[in-house]
Each structure stands twice: as C-alpha cells, then as structure tokens.
Design a protein. Structure first.
Length: 340
C-alpha cells in the first residue's frame, strides 16, 4: 500500500487547517493510501523546528527521514503561510522533483504583516497546487502558479445533544447562546462577537484558546463583557452546533473559515464578517447577517425564517459536501498518475 504523508506545522483539535487535513486523510485512506502525519506537534512523526513557534532551526535530517517512505506528500500550509519560512523552504528543497500536493490555505499576501514575503509559496514541475477558494486560485495564477480549486469539504451533520451540552456549560434551556467557534487571536474579532452577545442579551461562548500572544487582551475583554461569558472547548461538533442559537464569526480575516458553512449545515443563523471568502460565499448565494446587525438577528430569533435556513443548508450540501472533495481529489490523483 502506498504511503501518503501529510506535512504541516502541527495537528490540533480546533485548528481549521488541521480539521480540513483530517478530512483529506480520510479521502486518501479510502482511495488506498496508508496515511501518516508529520509535524512539530500532534503528529505520528514529530520533527523539531518546523512548528509555528520553533525553538531552533528546522531539523532537516529528521524531516528527510520522516518523509523518506512517502510516495506522495500533502503539504498543509507549511509552504504557504510564512510563519516559519526556514521550515517551508527546507520542505520545498526536500520535495523538489517528488510527487506532492501543495494545499494552500493562507498565502502571504492575505495578511498585511506578511505581504512583503516572496519566498513562499514555491513551485516545482513535480507538484500539484490546490487552492481552497476561487479568489486564492486567481491570486496564485497572477504569481505564475497554476492551481485547482477544491473547497473544504464537510460531512453531513447529525443532531447534537443540545440538552447535554448546555448542561455541561451551565446554560439553561431558554438561555440565548451565542457561539464563537474560534481560537482567540486578534483577527477573529472577539470584541464584535462579545458585543453581539451583549446586544442580544445572550451568553457568549468562546471555544478556542488564546494564541499568538493574545492572552492578556482576551482576559481583559472577557472580564469587561456585559454578558455572561463561557470560555470552554467542545470536542463534538454536533453538540457544539446543537447547543448554539447563533453562530458568531465576525472575523477580520480568514483564508477560508469553516463555521459559516457548518452553521448552514446545522441550520443556525450566522453573523459573518467581511473577508474575501465571505464575499465569495455571499456571491454564491449564502445569506448571512452583518456583524453589527443585532436588530436583524433578534428579529430572526423571534420569528425564524425557515426558508433562509433551507436555502443556506441546500447550498452548503451541494457545494461543500465531502463527495465533491472525494471526486476532485480523485480527478487530481488520476490526472497526475498518483492513484494507487
């Protein structure tokens, strides 16, 4: 059985790239690959110096050994976002001339602080490139890199344990719960999500940990919130959305952003910010509330529009089903001669 190695900075339960990568891993396994993960943390094979906050230079020998038996390597953002440029360049050198899929989630120019970086992404004739949005594919093409678009895929939802999850959170059945399923970093716009919960008279539920030095800022925001606050993770996506009444996602920037699609699948109203893929979703026909439209959200909650929920759910199932990912990856593997 051929081996497909998934290479990234890390694999974690809540990180969006990790979630999408695990879905791809399932596709690769169903298509006949033995899958292994390679990263600085949370992986089958741990390599030093390739993480988000490395303590030293990349362990090139260790990386080479970790990838030695791989017939195909899927690189999840490591050679795209310049969070660890030495690791990205080391991986690119080791993979030159080898079958690899560069899965691009966050190109450098998507964030002002990285816009000056030109070393990444890297191209090689042996590689295939995959973009997760049409706008990102167009931007890569402008820079001489051709890619195919494969939207992130989502499994069909099942009913969550609303009562049980709310009991675990200490939330009453009739209490309005505003769910913010993100890591706590600046671009997730925590203040806007808290303000939404305040204006709706609800409880603010933040799921992810503080990262990127945001801990002190987050502590101040949560302490100053004029609404009940819960900062607690939930490992079951079905229970998460089952417990929520409103999904807050007022992000300032996202490479993709899974929660708006998940909210559509779980038939929850979503408050969505203005980042490039949100605009693409709105052009596709999704109906989201604006970040500061608490009046509109309150009106919806008082008299839910089932037609809107039907519409969003139908779009999400049609455009973002795992069957679409499976077919697209199969076409890519076949075209490259990489199918087992």
């Amino acid at each position: 059985m051929p081996t497909c190695a998934f290479l990234s900075f890390r694999y974690s339960p809540t990180d969006g790239v990790s979630i999408v990568a695990r879905r791809w891993m399932g596709v690769m396994q169903r298509r006949g690959f033995d899958v292994v993960t390679v990263a600085a943390e949370g992986a089958d094979r741990i390599v030093g110096g390739i993480g988000l906050t490395p303590e030293g230079p990349p362990d090139v020998d260790g990386l080479q050994a970790a990838l030695a038996d791989a017939d195909l390597v899927v690189v999840e953002n490591l050679c795209t976002i310049p969070l660890n440029v030495p690791a990205g360049l080391a991986a690119a050198r080791l993979l030159a001339g080898r079958p690899a899929i560069m899965h691009h989630h966050d190109p450098p120019w998507h964030r002002p602080q990285y816009a000056h970086v030109t070393e990444l992404p890297v191209d090689d004739p042996a590689w295939a490139h995959v973009s997760i949005t049409g706008s990102a594919a167009a931007e890569l093409a402008e820079r001489g890199i051709n890619s195919v678009v494969i939207y992130n895929g989502f499994a069909p939802p099942r009913p969550g344990d609303r009562t049980g999850q709310r009991a675990r959170l200490g939330v009453d059945d009739d209490e309005l719960l505003v769910c913010h399923p993100v890591r706590a970093i600046e671009r997730k716009n925590i203040p806007a999500a808290i303000a939404l919960a305040e204006q709706l008279g609800g409880t603010y539920w933040l799921l992810g940990p503080a990262e990127e030095g945001y801990g002190d800022t987050l502590a101040g925001l949560l302490a100053g919130a004029r609404c009940p606050v819960i900062h607690q993770s939930c490992t079951d996506e079905h229970d998460l959305y089952g417990a929520a009444d409103v999904v807050a996602f007022p992000s300032l920037w996202e490479g993709f952003g899974n929660p708006p699609i998940e909210a559509a699948l779980y038939r929850r109203p979503a408050v969505v910010g203005h980042y490039p893929f949100a605009a693409e979703l709105r052009r596709l026909g999704f109906a989201f509330f604006e970040p500061h439209d608490s009046v509109g959200v309150a009106a919806f909650l008082a008299h839910p529009d089932q037609g809107l929920l039907d519409h969003n759910e139908s779009l999400a199932r049609g455009l973002f089903g795992m069957d679409r990912v499976d077919a697209a990856l199969g076409d890519l593997l076949d075209a490259r001669g990489w199918s087992p």
